[in-house]
Ligand binder design. Structure first.
Ligand SMILES: [Fe+2]
Ligand SMILES: [Fe+2]
Length: 273
């Protein structure tokens, strides 16, 4: 069992401006491939974050640490609001003709609820792993908003920056609960392998289906897109070094110290408080 490190305060905010019917269809700099990559990511959040909430809540009564219990309440408040904000985005996508996302999410809800009920320990380990993937992605948004969010339509930019700030604030909550409830290093590592491949497959499927629907699943689009994601300065490639830290025996999410950057962006983006 490792010592709990007190993170920054976790503040539950309402999203003041998110995507709506005025948001352009290709809202990431008119780039179809990158827009659908982020659409795919966003469409996993509503059910994914409800899974995180159920996973963490299951162990809430085992927490004998007052500050952590309060952080769990704030974590649930933030993730609940994230789910709802991304529900709005998914509803927009369904209206645009990508109804397949709603079907996939319904299946995902059944599978994830079953997993919560039948394997709570694994569910919490998976939550811990995916929360790390999310925190590393959020850090990229905080560190390189020029690369990640400047090209977004303002309604989407607000959504992703708000989400990145809050994911950073609560990045250690599921991990600290896991350490108190179980703390098995091998299960945490196994969960990360599972989460990495499972998440990649899920994103690839959703991304491909949207590109196929738009008749953009073409070699030129794919090649250019893969370069954007996996190239030297690509979105995904930048995540890898920090992702690997999770496999360390003594890893803790706040080893990756980014509180100063978080505070700076909160002020810049009007999210302080
Ligand atoms: Fe979230
Ligand atoms: Fe989260």
């Amino acid at each position: 069992m490792t010592e709990t490190i007190a993170p920054v305060s976790i503040h539950v905010r309402e999203l003041d401006q998110g995507p709506d019917e005025n948001t352009p269809r290709y809202w990431f700099g008119d780039d179809i491939f990158v827009t659908h990559f982020f659409n795919a990511l966003s469409s996993t959040f509503p059910e994914g974050e409800r899974f995180f909430i159920r996973s963490v809540r299951r162990y809430a009564d085992q927490i004998d640490d007052g500050p952590l219990a309060r952080e769990v309440t704030a974590f649930v408040g933030q993730e609940g609001r994230h789910s709802k904000a991304h529900d709005v985005h998914v509803a927009l996508l369904v209206n645009q003709g990508y109804g397949v996302l709603r079907t996939i999410n319904r299946i995902q809800r059944v599978v994830m609820t079953w997993l919560n009920d039948s394997a709570p320990r694994l569910s919490l380990a998976l939550t811990t792993a995916i929360e790390h993937v999310t925190a590393v992605t959020a850090h990229q948004i905080l560190e390189h908003p020029d690369v990640w969010t400047d090209a977004m339509d303002p309604s989407m930019q607000r959504l992703w920056r708000w989400h990145a700030v809050e994911e950073t604030e609560h990045k250690a909550v599921a991990f600290d609960v896991y350490q108190q409830a179980d703390g098995s290093v091998w299960l945490r590592r196994l969960a990360m392998v599972d989460a990495t491949f499972g998440f990649l497959a899920e994103i690839f499927m959703r991304h491909s289906l949207m590109l196929i629907k738009d008749r953009q699943f073409r070699p030129t689009v794919l090649l250019r897109g893969f370069k954007t994601l996996f190239g030297r300065d690509g979105f995904v490639r930048a995540l890898l070094p920090h992702l690997m830290d999770f496999y360390r025996r003594d890893f803790h999410p706040w080893d990756h110290e980014n509180r100063a950057l978080l505070e700076k962006r909160k002020l810049e983006w009007g999210l302080a408080g």
